[in-house]
Design a protein around this ligand. Structure first.
Ligand code: NAD
Ligand code: ZD2
Length: 481
């Protein structure tokens, strides 16, 4: 749609007022972002930045978007998942704080809850046209889909053609190839021009960061990148404490099943797995962990969890949650062996942790929608499994994701990373960087007052004794929090 010269595609613009009320409450819970708005109101460090954002279009992300705008940026936005958009948040961002439903004055957003994969990649393509022949000069990514499209676009433009999908390619990848083939037919240099203008990308999450390090290692990274995930105040907070809140929220909204007394399996005991295991145990479930990494497995054991192989416990557990960022974690043979009505969900970034394609191919399988994002899959032998959000991250598919306060930590890092790359052109090479520790500590400081924390100060003598500055950084680079 185009109204008032503003392009957008959202579910229902009339939801904007409801979204705006939620944004106001979220702002109160996001002190880090609100503090950056005050700190940079005059200097407008993001002036001139045209940011293409691909990140779950939630109420929290709406506050991030309006912070980027407050610092001078132009923004276009999509969600990075087909189920994670909160339609009222998308509507309020399009209308904006001063617009109306008839005369929206906010930001171009192309996102709605329940997109098809074709619609998702159509939406993502809308990130790259800022009008007047201008593309983005910054990317803000979560999972790396926007970065992938630019890199594949440049690759295929150089080759002069987009390859046909092979039988090994996923259905989604064949859609990406179709999308790029259409782009190439229309403009043989689109992404080559776009990539040349992009000053850098800031990446939100573990899986997206893994993709960036792979590009950097291959020597194909087209622009500098900041790994926001590995700011301590992102991954040791959002990944762990965020999931501790939003996993149970998703399970309750999806199934209302009693968690107490049940047996839960958590696949992976990294930052997300730790939060997942803690919250399920907090609900009185017995928790079994699966791990490949001896250190994380030892942590789980020392935290009092049984660490087993999935095959040994798959027939007795009631709930299965994947948190690995890997692939083929729960396969068809596991789903076949599960108890009747076992609940299966994923909170990893992509949907390849549970073999949904394999499940759909089981002869005689029946898929019954219990309610949106909750499906009963009935095997011919009569037993069913309940799969949440079709194997996509269910804390955002079946609930509204992490709460504002923890996302304020993640997104304060995002804004700082955008400022770093935008205001220091030429200082960053074609590598993946993390933010310096003093900024990580600054993010933490911005969130202490809201929780009534009273920090202790070092004396000069104590600081000298520890070999640190009175004002920090307080830890060496190799310190593990
Ligand atoms: N849903 C959300 O809101 C949310 C929030 C943050 C991160 N994420 C995503 O969650 C995933 C995990 O993130 P993280 O920060 O915890 O990563 P992490 O690397 O800290 O943890 C993943 C763990 O899984 C383990 N693992 C890998 N393959 C395994 C296998 N086959 N079996 C058992 N364990 C296995 C690894 O050893 C590791 O300990 C990523 O995809 C990340 O992008 C989602
Ligand atoms: N409420 C949320 N808004 C935006 N992104 C959210 C929210 N909850 C979890 N996430 C995803 C966390 C982050 O993108 C990650 O995947 O690491």
């Amino acid at each position: 749609q185009v109204v008032n010269g503003l392009q957008f595609a959202v579910a229902d613009l009339s939801l904007a007022e409801a979204g705006r009320h939620q944004l106001r409450l979220a702002e109160h819970e996001m002190p880090g972002l609100m503090s950056l708005r005050k700190e940079y109101a005059d200097s407008q460090p993001l002036k001139g930045a045209r940011i293409a954002g691909s990140l779950h279009m939630t109420v929290q992300t709406a506050v991030l978007i309006e912070t980027l705008i407050a610092l001078g940026a132009q923004v276009r936005w999509v969600s990075c998942n087909i189920f994670s958009t909160q339609d009222e948040a998308a509507a309020s961002v399009v209308v904006g704080p001063t617009g109306t439903v008839d005369a929206p004055a906010g930001v171009p957003v192309f996102a709605w809850k329940g997109e098809t994969l074709e619609e998702y990649w159509w939406a993502t393509m809308n990130l790259f046209d800022f009008g007047n022949g201008l593309g983005p000069n910054m990317i803000l990514d979560d999972g790396g889909d926007a970065t992938l499209l630019v890199h594949k676009g440049v690759e295929f433009e150089a080759a002069g053609a987009v390859p046909q999908a092979t039988e090994d390619d996923s259905h989604e990848y064949s859609i990406i190839l179709d999308t790029l083939r259409e782009s190439l037919a229309g403009d043989k240099q689109r992404f080559t021009r776009i990539a040349a203008d992009i000053r850098g990308v800031t990446e939100e999450t573990t899986t997206g960061v893994a993709r960036l390090y792979k590009l950097a290692k291959e020597g194909t990274l087209l622009f500098p990148a900041i790994n926001v995930n590995d700011s301590v105040t992102k991954s040791k907070f959002d990944n762990k404490y965020g999931i501790r809140h939003s996993l149970v929220d998703g399970l309750n909204r999806a199934t209302d099943v009693m968690l107490g007394g049940k047996l839960a399996v958590v696949c992976g005991y990294g930052d997300v797995g730790k939060g997942a295991a803690e919250t399920l145990r907090g609900q009185g479930a017995r928790v079994i962990v699966t791990e490949i990494d001896p250190i994380c497995a030892l942590q789980a054991a020392m935290d009092g969890m049984q660490v087993a192989q999935l095959e040994d416990v798959v027939g007795e557990a009631d709930i299965f949650i994947t948190t690995t960022g890997g692939t083929d974690i729960i396969r068809v043979e596991h789903l076949r062996a599960m108890k009747h009505n076992a609940i299966v969900g994923n909170v990893g970034h992509f949907d390849d942790e549970i073999d949904m394609a394999g499940l759909a191919r089981v002869p005689g399988i029946e898929k019954v929608e219990i309610k949106p994002q909750v499906h009963e899959w009935r095997f011919p032998d009569g037993h069913s499994v309940i799969v949440l959000s079709e194997g996509r991250l269910m804390n955002l598919g079946n609930a509204t994701g992490h709460p504002s306060f923890v996302m304020s930590n993640s997104f304060t890092n995002q804004v700082m990373a955008q400022i770093e790359l935008w205001t220091k052109p030429g200082e960053y090479e074609l590598q993946v960087y993390v933010l310096p520790k003093h900024l990580d500590e600054k993010v933490a400081r911005l969130h202490l007052d809201a929780l009534g924390v009273r920090l202790t100060s070092l004396t000069k003598k104590q600081a000298e004794y520890l070999g640190v500055d009175v004002n920090g950084p307080y830890k060496p680079e190799h310190y593990r929090y």
